[in-house]
Design a binder for this molecule. Structure first.
Ligand code: PMV
Length: 358
Protein backbone atom coordinates (compact mmCIF):
# COMPACT_ATOMS: atom_id res chain seq x y z
CA UNK A 1 0.00 0.00 0.00
CA UNK A 2 2.82 2.46 0.93
CA UNK A 3 4.49 1.97 -2.45
CA UNK A 4 1.18 2.40 -4.20
CA UNK A 5 0.60 5.68 -2.35
CA UNK A 6 4.12 7.14 -2.85
CA UNK A 7 4.48 6.62 -6.59
CA UNK A 8 2.31 8.24 -9.25
CA UNK A 9 -1.02 6.50 -9.79
CA UNK A 10 -3.78 7.45 -12.16
CA UNK A 11 -7.40 7.08 -13.13
CA UNK A 12 -9.22 8.38 -16.22
CA UNK A 13 -12.97 8.99 -16.62
CA UNK A 14 -15.18 10.14 -19.46
CA UNK A 15 -18.25 11.99 -18.26
CA UNK A 16 -21.04 13.55 -20.33
CA UNK A 17 -22.93 16.80 -20.12
CA UNK A 18 -26.68 16.82 -19.51
CA UNK A 19 -29.65 18.97 -20.46
CA UNK A 20 -32.36 19.66 -17.90
CA UNK A 21 -35.98 19.39 -19.02
CA UNK A 22 -37.32 20.44 -15.61
CA UNK A 23 -34.81 23.10 -14.61
CA UNK A 24 -32.88 23.68 -11.42
CA UNK A 25 -32.81 27.41 -10.85
CA UNK A 26 -32.33 28.76 -7.33
CA UNK A 27 -30.33 27.16 -4.54
CA UNK A 28 -29.56 27.40 -0.83
CA UNK A 29 -27.01 26.15 1.67
CA UNK A 30 -24.24 24.06 0.17
CA UNK A 31 -25.47 23.83 -3.43
CA UNK A 32 -28.87 22.45 -2.43
CA UNK A 33 -31.62 22.93 -5.03
CA UNK A 34 -34.78 24.91 -4.29
CA UNK A 35 -36.78 22.52 -6.49
CA UNK A 36 -36.34 19.06 -8.00
CA UNK A 37 -35.06 18.80 -11.58
CA UNK A 38 -35.03 16.18 -14.32
CA UNK A 39 -32.45 15.83 -17.08
CA UNK A 40 -31.23 13.77 -19.99
CA UNK A 41 -27.60 12.75 -20.02
CA UNK A 42 -25.98 13.29 -23.42
CA UNK A 43 -23.80 10.89 -25.34
CA UNK A 44 -21.36 12.77 -27.56
CA UNK A 45 -20.74 15.92 -25.50
CA UNK A 46 -18.26 14.63 -22.98
CA UNK A 47 -15.22 15.60 -20.91
CA UNK A 48 -12.35 13.15 -20.56
CA UNK A 49 -10.27 13.71 -17.44
CA UNK A 50 -7.16 11.94 -16.27
CA UNK A 51 -6.11 12.31 -12.64
CA UNK A 52 -2.51 11.52 -11.65
CA UNK A 53 -1.76 11.61 -7.95
CA UNK A 54 1.02 10.82 -5.50
CA UNK A 55 1.60 11.22 -1.81
CA UNK A 56 3.54 14.31 -0.66
CA UNK A 57 6.47 14.00 1.75
CA UNK A 58 4.64 16.50 3.98
CA UNK A 59 0.92 17.44 3.83
CA UNK A 60 0.10 21.03 2.83
CA UNK A 61 -0.89 23.09 5.90
CA UNK A 62 -4.33 24.17 4.72
CA UNK A 63 -7.06 23.02 2.30
CA UNK A 64 -6.59 26.38 0.50
CA UNK A 65 -3.00 25.38 -0.36
CA UNK A 66 -3.83 22.11 -2.11
CA UNK A 67 -1.20 21.03 -4.61
CA UNK A 68 -3.31 20.80 -7.76
CA UNK A 69 -2.44 21.40 -11.43
CA UNK A 70 -5.07 21.46 -14.19
CA UNK A 71 -4.38 21.14 -17.91
CA UNK A 72 -7.06 21.66 -20.51
CA UNK A 73 -6.34 20.63 -24.11
CA UNK A 74 -2.66 20.24 -23.27
CA UNK A 75 -2.31 23.76 -21.79
CA UNK A 76 -2.09 24.59 -18.10
CA UNK A 77 -5.36 26.41 -17.32
CA UNK A 78 -4.76 28.53 -14.23
CA UNK A 79 -8.25 30.06 -14.19
CA UNK A 80 -9.98 26.68 -14.04
CA UNK A 81 -7.26 25.37 -11.72
CA UNK A 82 -8.25 28.02 -9.15
CA UNK A 83 -11.88 26.89 -9.43
CA UNK A 84 -10.83 23.28 -8.91
CA UNK A 85 -8.76 24.23 -5.83
CA UNK A 86 -11.72 26.15 -4.37
CA UNK A 87 -13.96 23.17 -5.12
CA UNK A 88 -11.57 20.71 -3.54
CA UNK A 89 -11.24 22.98 -0.51
CA UNK A 90 -15.01 22.52 -0.14
CA UNK A 91 -14.48 18.76 -0.03
CA UNK A 92 -12.32 19.09 3.08
CA UNK A 93 -14.78 17.42 5.47
CA UNK A 94 -15.44 14.59 3.01
CA UNK A 95 -11.86 14.06 1.84
CA UNK A 96 -9.52 15.55 4.47
CA UNK A 97 -6.64 13.44 3.11
CA UNK A 98 -6.47 15.50 -0.12
CA UNK A 99 -3.93 17.69 1.73
CA UNK A 100 -1.52 14.73 1.66
CA UNK A 101 -1.47 14.48 -2.13
CA UNK A 102 -0.17 16.16 -5.23
CA UNK A 103 -2.85 16.01 -7.94
CA UNK A 104 -2.63 16.62 -11.66
CA UNK A 105 -5.70 16.73 -13.91
CA UNK A 106 -5.55 16.59 -17.72
CA UNK A 107 -8.83 17.24 -19.50
CA UNK A 108 -10.29 17.52 -22.98
CA UNK A 109 -13.84 18.17 -24.21
CA UNK A 110 -15.41 16.77 -27.37
CA UNK A 111 -17.49 19.92 -27.79
CA UNK A 112 -16.45 23.56 -28.26
CA UNK A 113 -16.10 25.63 -25.11
CA UNK A 114 -19.05 27.99 -24.50
CA UNK A 115 -21.17 26.23 -27.09
CA UNK A 116 -24.25 26.12 -24.91
CA UNK A 117 -23.38 22.67 -23.65
CA UNK A 118 -22.89 22.62 -19.90
CA UNK A 119 -19.14 22.04 -19.65
CA UNK A 120 -19.22 22.53 -15.87
CA UNK A 121 -21.53 19.49 -15.57
CA UNK A 122 -19.25 17.19 -17.56
CA UNK A 123 -15.97 18.53 -16.16
CA UNK A 124 -17.05 18.57 -12.50
CA UNK A 125 -18.60 15.11 -12.71
CA UNK A 126 -15.42 13.76 -14.36
CA UNK A 127 -13.29 15.27 -11.55
CA UNK A 128 -15.59 13.83 -8.86
CA UNK A 129 -15.49 10.36 -10.47
CA UNK A 130 -11.67 10.49 -10.59
CA UNK A 131 -11.49 11.51 -6.92
CA UNK A 132 -13.89 8.78 -5.81
CA UNK A 133 -11.87 6.24 -7.79
CA UNK A 134 -8.62 7.45 -6.23
CA UNK A 135 -10.19 7.10 -2.79
CA UNK A 136 -11.25 3.56 -3.72
CA UNK A 137 -7.86 2.58 -5.20
CA UNK A 138 -6.12 3.68 -2.00
CA UNK A 139 -8.72 2.34 0.41
CA UNK A 140 -9.02 5.81 1.94
CA UNK A 141 -12.75 5.83 2.63
CA UNK A 142 -13.68 4.32 5.96
CA UNK A 143 -16.07 2.59 5.97
CA UNK A 144 -15.79 1.95 2.22
CA UNK A 145 -18.69 3.44 0.32
CA UNK A 146 -21.08 0.94 -1.20
CA UNK A 147 -22.14 3.04 -4.11
CA UNK A 148 -19.34 4.93 -5.82
CA UNK A 149 -21.71 6.67 -8.24
CA UNK A 150 -23.89 8.02 -5.46
CA UNK A 151 -20.79 9.32 -3.71
CA UNK A 152 -19.50 10.83 -6.97
CA UNK A 153 -22.89 12.49 -7.52
CA UNK A 154 -22.82 13.92 -4.00
CA UNK A 155 -19.28 15.29 -4.51
CA UNK A 156 -19.96 16.56 -8.06
CA UNK A 157 -22.91 18.57 -6.69
CA UNK A 158 -20.52 20.57 -4.55
CA UNK A 159 -18.67 21.62 -7.72
CA UNK A 160 -21.69 22.44 -9.89
CA UNK A 161 -25.26 21.50 -8.98
CA UNK A 162 -26.22 20.13 -12.39
CA UNK A 163 -23.00 18.04 -12.47
CA UNK A 164 -24.54 15.64 -9.94
CA UNK A 165 -26.96 14.46 -12.65
CA UNK A 166 -24.16 13.70 -15.16
CA UNK A 167 -22.95 10.79 -13.04
CA UNK A 168 -25.78 8.62 -14.41
CA UNK A 169 -26.97 7.87 -17.93
CA UNK A 170 -30.45 8.34 -19.40
CA UNK A 171 -33.16 10.10 -17.40
CA UNK A 172 -31.88 11.49 -14.11
CA UNK A 173 -33.63 13.30 -11.26
CA UNK A 174 -32.12 15.44 -8.54
CA UNK A 175 -33.95 16.96 -5.58
CA UNK A 176 -36.32 15.63 -2.99
CA UNK A 177 -39.83 15.00 -4.23
CA UNK A 178 -42.64 12.84 -2.87
CA UNK A 179 -43.11 11.32 -6.32
CA UNK A 180 -39.58 10.03 -6.60
CA UNK A 181 -38.67 7.26 -4.20
CA UNK A 182 -35.13 7.63 -2.85
CA UNK A 183 -34.84 11.20 -4.16
CA UNK A 184 -32.51 13.58 -2.37
CA UNK A 185 -31.30 17.17 -2.51
CA UNK A 186 -27.78 15.86 -1.86
CA UNK A 187 -27.32 13.62 -4.88
CA UNK A 188 -29.05 12.65 -8.11
CA UNK A 189 -30.50 9.25 -9.05
CA UNK A 190 -31.59 7.65 -12.30
CA UNK A 191 -35.38 7.33 -12.63
CA UNK A 192 -36.38 4.11 -10.90
CA UNK A 193 -39.37 3.32 -13.01
CA UNK A 194 -38.29 2.29 -16.52
CA UNK A 195 -39.11 4.99 -19.06
CA UNK A 196 -41.08 3.57 -22.04
CA UNK A 197 -38.99 2.86 -25.15
CA UNK A 198 -40.18 5.87 -27.12
CA UNK A 199 -38.36 8.20 -24.68
CA UNK A 200 -35.15 6.27 -24.40
CA UNK A 201 -33.45 7.25 -27.64
CA UNK A 202 -34.32 10.93 -27.85
CA UNK A 203 -31.96 13.04 -29.90
CA UNK A 204 -30.71 16.49 -28.99
CA UNK A 205 -29.56 18.87 -31.74
CA UNK A 206 -27.84 21.87 -30.18
CA UNK A 207 -28.11 24.93 -32.43
CA UNK A 208 -25.31 27.38 -31.69
CA UNK A 209 -26.78 30.87 -31.94
CA UNK A 210 -23.82 32.46 -30.16
CA UNK A 211 -20.70 31.07 -28.54
CA UNK A 212 -19.90 34.36 -26.74
CA UNK A 213 -19.42 34.12 -22.98
CA UNK A 214 -22.63 34.77 -21.08
CA UNK A 215 -22.92 37.85 -18.91
CA UNK A 216 -24.53 36.08 -15.97
CA UNK A 217 -22.50 33.35 -14.32
CA UNK A 218 -24.44 30.38 -13.08
CA UNK A 219 -23.78 31.32 -9.43
CA UNK A 220 -25.00 34.89 -10.03
CA UNK A 221 -28.02 33.49 -11.89
CA UNK A 222 -29.07 31.26 -9.01
CA UNK A 223 -28.51 34.25 -6.71
CA UNK A 224 -31.09 36.23 -8.68
CA UNK A 225 -33.73 33.84 -7.34
CA UNK A 226 -33.15 35.13 -3.80
CA UNK A 227 -35.93 37.65 -3.20
CA UNK A 228 -37.19 37.16 -6.77
CA UNK A 229 -40.85 38.27 -6.84
CA UNK A 230 -41.80 35.06 -8.71
CA UNK A 231 -39.65 32.65 -6.68
CA UNK A 232 -42.41 30.85 -4.78
CA UNK A 233 -44.55 30.53 -7.91
CA UNK A 234 -41.57 29.14 -9.79
CA UNK A 235 -40.80 26.43 -7.21
CA UNK A 236 -44.46 25.43 -7.21
CA UNK A 237 -44.48 25.33 -11.04
CA UNK A 238 -41.33 23.17 -11.17
CA UNK A 239 -42.89 20.54 -8.85
CA UNK A 240 -46.09 20.57 -10.87
CA UNK A 241 -44.11 20.23 -14.10
CA UNK A 242 -42.14 17.31 -12.71
CA UNK A 243 -45.37 15.61 -11.77
CA UNK A 244 -46.90 16.19 -15.23
CA UNK A 245 -43.69 15.08 -16.92
CA UNK A 246 -43.51 11.79 -15.02
CA UNK A 247 -47.11 11.02 -16.00
CA UNK A 248 -46.50 12.09 -19.61
CA UNK A 249 -43.48 9.78 -19.84
CA UNK A 250 -45.38 6.81 -18.46
CA UNK A 251 -48.45 7.44 -20.64
CA UNK A 252 -46.59 8.33 -23.83
CA UNK A 253 -48.33 11.72 -23.73
CA UNK A 254 -46.32 13.73 -26.24
CA UNK A 255 -48.51 16.84 -26.08
CA UNK A 256 -47.93 17.29 -22.34
CA UNK A 257 -44.24 16.45 -22.73
CA UNK A 258 -43.82 19.22 -25.31
CA UNK A 259 -45.84 21.73 -23.26
CA UNK A 260 -43.80 21.09 -20.13
CA UNK A 261 -40.40 21.11 -21.83
CA UNK A 262 -41.03 24.38 -23.66
CA UNK A 263 -42.69 26.06 -20.69
CA UNK A 264 -39.70 25.13 -18.51
CA UNK A 265 -37.27 26.67 -21.00
CA UNK A 266 -39.25 29.89 -21.34
CA UNK A 267 -39.92 30.11 -17.59
CA UNK A 268 -36.17 29.98 -16.93
CA UNK A 269 -35.63 32.88 -19.32
CA UNK A 270 -38.68 34.72 -18.01
CA UNK A 271 -37.19 34.55 -14.52
CA UNK A 272 -33.84 35.75 -15.85
CA UNK A 273 -35.32 38.62 -17.82
CA UNK A 274 -37.46 39.74 -14.89
CA UNK A 275 -34.54 39.83 -12.48
CA UNK A 276 -31.70 41.67 -14.20
CA UNK A 277 -30.82 43.65 -17.31
CA UNK A 278 -28.07 41.07 -17.86
CA UNK A 279 -30.73 38.34 -17.81
CA UNK A 280 -31.64 38.99 -21.46
CA UNK A 281 -29.70 36.00 -22.76
CA UNK A 282 -31.92 35.12 -25.70
CA UNK A 283 -30.93 36.55 -29.09
CA UNK A 284 -33.25 37.41 -32.00
CA UNK A 285 -32.05 34.20 -33.68
CA UNK A 286 -33.01 32.12 -30.62
CA UNK A 287 -36.57 33.38 -31.12
CA UNK A 288 -36.37 32.82 -34.89
CA UNK A 289 -35.47 29.19 -34.22
CA UNK A 290 -38.24 28.77 -31.64
CA UNK A 291 -40.84 30.15 -34.05
CA UNK A 292 -39.57 27.97 -36.91
CA UNK A 293 -39.66 24.84 -34.71
CA UNK A 294 -43.24 25.51 -33.65
CA UNK A 295 -44.30 26.10 -37.27
CA UNK A 296 -42.51 22.89 -38.40
CA UNK A 297 -44.24 20.90 -35.65
CA UNK A 298 -47.61 22.34 -36.63
CA UNK A 299 -46.99 21.47 -40.29
CA UNK A 300 -45.54 17.96 -39.87
CA UNK A 301 -47.08 16.74 -36.61
CA UNK A 302 -43.64 15.43 -35.57
CA UNK A 303 -42.69 15.12 -31.92
CA UNK A 304 -40.14 17.92 -31.80
CA UNK A 305 -39.66 20.60 -29.17
CA UNK A 306 -37.04 23.04 -27.93
CA UNK A 307 -35.37 23.63 -24.63
CA UNK A 308 -32.80 26.19 -23.49
CA UNK A 309 -30.05 26.39 -20.95
CA UNK A 310 -29.12 29.73 -19.39
CA UNK A 311 -27.91 31.05 -22.75
CA UNK A 312 -29.03 31.82 -26.32
CA UNK A 313 -28.44 28.39 -27.89
CA UNK A 314 -31.39 26.15 -28.61
CA UNK A 315 -31.61 22.41 -27.95
CA UNK A 316 -34.03 20.52 -30.19
CA UNK A 317 -35.42 17.26 -28.84
CA UNK A 318 -36.91 14.72 -31.22
CA UNK A 319 -37.19 11.00 -31.86
CA UNK A 320 -34.46 8.84 -33.34
CA UNK A 321 -36.75 7.69 -36.16
CA UNK A 322 -37.36 11.29 -37.27
CA UNK A 323 -33.70 12.24 -37.48
CA UNK A 324 -33.47 12.34 -41.27
CA UNK A 325 -36.44 14.71 -41.57
CA UNK A 326 -35.25 16.88 -38.71
CA UNK A 327 -31.69 17.09 -40.10
CA UNK A 328 -33.15 18.27 -43.39
CA UNK A 329 -35.23 20.86 -41.52
CA UNK A 330 -32.13 22.05 -39.64
CA UNK A 331 -30.10 22.34 -42.86
CA UNK A 332 -32.81 24.11 -44.81
CA UNK A 333 -34.45 26.35 -42.24
CA UNK A 334 -32.36 26.73 -39.09
CA UNK A 335 -28.68 26.86 -39.99
CA UNK A 336 -28.97 30.45 -41.21
CA UNK A 337 -29.83 31.41 -37.61
CA UNK A 338 -26.71 29.68 -36.23
CA UNK A 339 -23.29 31.21 -35.72
CA UNK A 340 -21.05 29.91 -38.55
CA UNK A 341 -23.78 27.34 -39.33
CA UNK A 342 -22.76 25.45 -36.19
CA UNK A 343 -24.81 22.76 -34.52
CA UNK A 344 -24.01 19.70 -32.44
CA UNK A 345 -25.63 16.37 -33.12
CA UNK A 346 -26.21 14.58 -29.83
CA UNK A 347 -28.53 12.06 -28.20
CA UNK A 348 -29.31 10.41 -24.90
CA UNK A 349 -26.30 8.52 -23.57
CA UNK A 350 -25.53 5.78 -21.08
CA UNK A 351 -23.47 7.90 -18.68
CA UNK A 352 -19.83 8.06 -17.59
CA UNK A 353 -17.25 5.29 -17.87
CA UNK A 354 -13.75 4.60 -16.71
CA UNK A 355 -11.03 4.44 -19.35
CA UNK A 356 -8.84 1.44 -18.65
CA UNK A 357 -5.11 1.19 -19.51
CA UNK A 358 -4.50 4.62 -21.02
O1 PMV B 1 -25.23 23.58 -12.22
P1 PMV B 1 -25.30 25.02 -12.38
O2 PMV B 1 -25.03 25.75 -11.10
O3 PMV B 1 -24.41 25.47 -13.52
O4 PMV B 1 -26.80 25.43 -12.79
C1 PMV B 1 -27.40 24.94 -13.93
C2 PMV B 1 -28.71 25.57 -14.17
C3 PMV B 1 -29.36 25.22 -15.49
O5 PMV B 1 -28.44 24.65 -16.39
C4 PMV B 1 -29.90 26.50 -16.11
C5 PMV B 1 -30.55 24.28 -15.30
C6 PMV B 1 -30.23 22.86 -14.94
O6 PMV B 1 -31.02 22.26 -14.20
O7 PMV B 1 -29.23 22.31 -15.43
Amino acid sequence: MTDKINSWNETTWVSPSNIALVKYWGKHGEQLPNNPSLSLTLKNSVTKTQLRYRKLEKPVPDSGDLKVAYWFDGQRNKAFERKVITYMGRLHTEMPYLQNFELEFRSTNTFPHSAGIASSASSMSAIALCLVDMEKQLGLRKPPTQDVFRRASFLARLGSGSACRSVYGGWVAWGEDGLLPDSSDRYASPLEQPVPGQWQNLRDAVLIVSSAHKKVSSTAGHGLMNNHPFAEGRYHQARKHLNCMMLALQNGDEKTFIEVVESEALSLHGLLMASSADGMLLKPNSLNIINAVRAFREKTGLMICFTLDAGPNVHLLFREEDKVLVRQFIQEELLSFCENNQWIDDQVGKGPYKVENE
